[in-house]
Ligand binder design. Structure first.
Ligand code: NAP
Ligand code: GDD
Length: 328
């Protein structure tokens, strides 16, 4: 039985990746940071019905000693570093924390792997946000980076550290450059979930308007359930490498609103208002990925269309609000 260690197991991707690895017969361990709200810490794992099947280990990305101990105790075959301060907007308010967790934290995990589990295969959750102010209309593994936020700068450091540990120490270290991926388990502060939650509340008569920021931003949005399959596939390849994971289709925030409101028979224009509090000091206006390399080498392709994703998210939010489910 293979053993996988996931940092960030309580997040969106950690939950879906755990589900995938359990279905493949893995023993799944997850690093979790101590929280005063321990009762809701594993709510995404519970939503998927797998909380009892994963083993949680107390630790923090900023505490190298906890990572060294965890590697020694778990003896993982595969390490997925998904933990991060992942909300771009917060990274301007907490730039140093973001650097410490999202950047140095990844280096801490790499060090722990190098020192305690050097034969483990390592996955780094890199991001299309690193392309930032895009230098090519369609982004591939060869597109130059231009980070536009403290988050993106921290991810870029973690990405290059992953490449360097691969080249310097021969670690099986892979960087997945994933474009935006969403699901009913997406954090409520990210725009897609904010929209589907807002649509559900408006449909149920709980609110009238939905306040958003830049409606013209365009993203290449896929489903998290599809994207964690790519993470796993990357670590099954004998040669570590870097891969772009994307759908190859980009739409605007406005388009996403139109789809979500239309699903419940409403018009976005009647409810969406722009509130400058949600604008950013610097924007990433457009992302569009070409995942040709992953499709060719890993046989990976997304299964879920944008339209299916929107419907699944809106329906999940309606159900949650109707039944007062715990997972917000
Ligand atoms: P998420 O839902 O925000 O989850 C982040 C996880 O990191 C949570 O489990 C969080 O724990 C954990 N974490 C934060 N700080 C930590 C620390 N100091 N020590 C240990 N754990 C810590 O993010 P996601 O959407 O699942 O994304 C997973 C990873 O992929 C992230 O690194 C993200 O930056 C990256 N990524 C995401 C996307 C996307 O579109 N979703 C695209 C590209 C890259 P708590 O539950 O305690 O907060
Ligand atoms: N969050 C948010 N809230 N975003 C808004 C809003 C709003 O009210 N209104 C417009 N937007 C725009 C943002 O300005 C941005 O251009 C776009 O919607 C997407 O914002 P987010 O959903 O917050 O995601 P992100 O693209 O900044 O970052 C996500 O994707 C990255 C991959 O490209 C995160 O998951 C990152 O962790 C990830 O690396």
């Amino acid at each position: 039985m293979k053993r996988a260690l996931i940092t960030g197991i309580t997040g969106q991707d950690g939950a879906y990746l755990s589900q995938l690895l359990l279905s493949k017969g893995y023993e799944v361990f997850g690093l979790v940071r101590r929280s005063s709200a321990a009762e809701v810490m594993d709510e995404k794992l519970r939503w998927l019905g797998i909380a009892a099947e994963v083993r949680l280990v107390d630790g923090n990305l900023t505490d190298l000693s906890s990572l060294l101990r965890t590697m020694r105790d778990v003896k993982p075959d595969e390490v997925y570093n998904l933990a991060a301060q992942s909300f771009v907007k917060s990274s301007w308010n907490q730039p140093l924390l973001t650097g410490a967790v999202t950047g140095i934290g990844a280096a801490n995990v790499l060090e722990a792997v190098r020192l305690e589990a050097p034969s483990a295969r390592f996955y780094q959750a890199s991001s299309s946000e690193m392309f930032g102010l895009i230098q090519e209309p369609v982004q591939t593994e060869r597109t130059p980076f231009y980070p536009r936020s403290p988050y993106a700068a921290a991810k870029l450091y973690a990405h290059w550290m992953t490449v360097n540990y691969r080249e310097s120490f021969g670690l099986h270290a892979t960087s997945g450059i994933l474009f935006n991926h969403e699901s009913p388990l997406r954090g409520i502060e990210f725009v897609t979930r904010k929209i589907t939650d807002g649509v559900a509340r408006i449909k149920l008569g709980q609110q009238r308007t939905l306040a958003l920021g830049n409606l013209d931003a365009r993203r290449d949005w896929g489903h998290a359930r599809d994207y964690v399959k790519a993470m796993w596939a990357m670590l099954q390849h004998d040669t570590p490498d870097d891969y772009v994971i994307a759908t190859g289709r980009t739409v605007s925030v406005r388009d996403f609103c139109d789809l979500a409101f239309a699903h419940v028979g409403l018009k976005a224009d009647d409810h969406v208002v722009v509130d400058e509090r949600y604008l950013r000091p610097a924007e990433v206006p457009l992302l569009l990925g070409d995942s040709g390399k992953a499709r060719q080498r890993l046989g990976w392709a997304p299964d879920t269309s944008l339209e299916q994703l929107v419907v699944e998210m809106v329906e999940a939010d309606i159900d949650r609000l109707k039944f007062q489910g715990a997972c917000r």
